[in-house]
Design a protein around this ligand. Structure first.
Ligand code: B12
Length: 214
């Protein structure tokens, strides 16, 4: 791997907020392809962060900093990726369900999915089932991810799945669920396709859904 890609990867791991955009520009100026920079620089770093987070060696504030570092680099890289027609892995729609205002975990899931190469459309929080249905119609995502942090709101996830069925959309999209009170058993019970207990695992699950899981 070239030195500049290693530096980029390290910048993401260490959360060097001010370094990543400049390094990305340097890599582009040096003739590296946007896809190479994404796969072997930024995503390589984010993969490492994901593993460290899963094993408990890194914590939420550090992961948020790494994700922001990646975002700064993506601001430079995205226009070049679009120009080069780089293939994105898929589209993930994310939202926190109706009655629930907790969004820190969901935002983290979004960042890790972006880090894994997905386009992410964040629908926000306090979302009624109809809002998910309308968004699925509008954006035609590969995956929707629902978040709930309250035992009183997690049931809404089941209502969303029901509303998707009613609208004839359930087979067109994979559904993943998460949030502190949510479990694999609950996910299975309400008919979701998958559950993940943290943001790194969510990105892995999303990759599995689209057949690019490592
Ligand atoms: C921060 C916080 C708030 C903030 C939220 C700010 C924000 N913008 O999110 C504020 C102050 C607004 C808040 C309000 C309330 N809160 Co609050 N809050 C918390 C707190 C302290 C941390 C939650 C958090 O952000 N954790 C960090 C993130 C990173 O973790 P996470 O959300 O679990 O997400 C990870 C995984 O779950 C997973 N994940 C999350 N979403 C998804 C989605 C998918 C698709 C996948 C695959 C994975 C996934 O990946 C994430 C990253 O690894 C928790 C306690 C706790 N320690 O959990 C209470 C807690 C969730 N709140 C609680 C309560 C009761 C409330 C209030 C009702 C309080 C009140 N009386 O007003 C209100 C409800 C407001 C509402 N309608 O939503 C209770 C819930 C109890 C219960 N059993 O339902 C908790 C558990 C505190 C407690 N012990 O009592 N809260």
């Amino acid at each position: 791997m070239s030195n500049i890609l290693q530096q980029l990867s390290q910048a993401v791991i260490e959360g060097q907020l001010d370094a990543s955009a400049g390094l990305t520009q340097e890599a582009l100026d040096g003739g590296l392809s946007p896809q190479d920079i994404l796969d072997n620089g930024l995503m390589a770093g984010m993969d490492y962060v994901g593993k460290e987070f899963k094993s408990g060696a890194m914590f939420v504030p550090e992961v948020l900093r790494s994700a922001k570092t990646m975002q700064n680099a993506m601001d430079v890289l995205k226009p070049q990726l679009v120009k080069a027609g780089a293939k994105r892995v898929g589209l993930v729609l994310l939202g926190t369900v109706k009655g629930d205002l907790h969004d820190i975990g969901k935002n983290l899931v979004g960042m890790m999915c972006e880090g894994a190469g997905f386009d992410v459309k964040d629908l926000g929080k306090d979302l009624a089932p109809e809002a998910f249905v309308e968004a699925v119609k509008k954006y035609e995502p590969d995956i929707i991810g629902m978040s709930a942090l309250l035992t009183t709101t997690m049931r809404v996830m089941e209502h969303v799945i029901h509303a998707l069925k009613e609208a004839g959309l359930r087979d067109k999209v994979k559904v993943m669920v998460g949030g502190a009170p949510v479990t694999q058993a609950f996910a299975t019970q309400i008919g979701a396709d998958g559950y993940a207990s943290n943001a790194a695992a969510a990105a892995d699950l999303a990759r599995k859904f689209v057949g690019t899981g490592r």
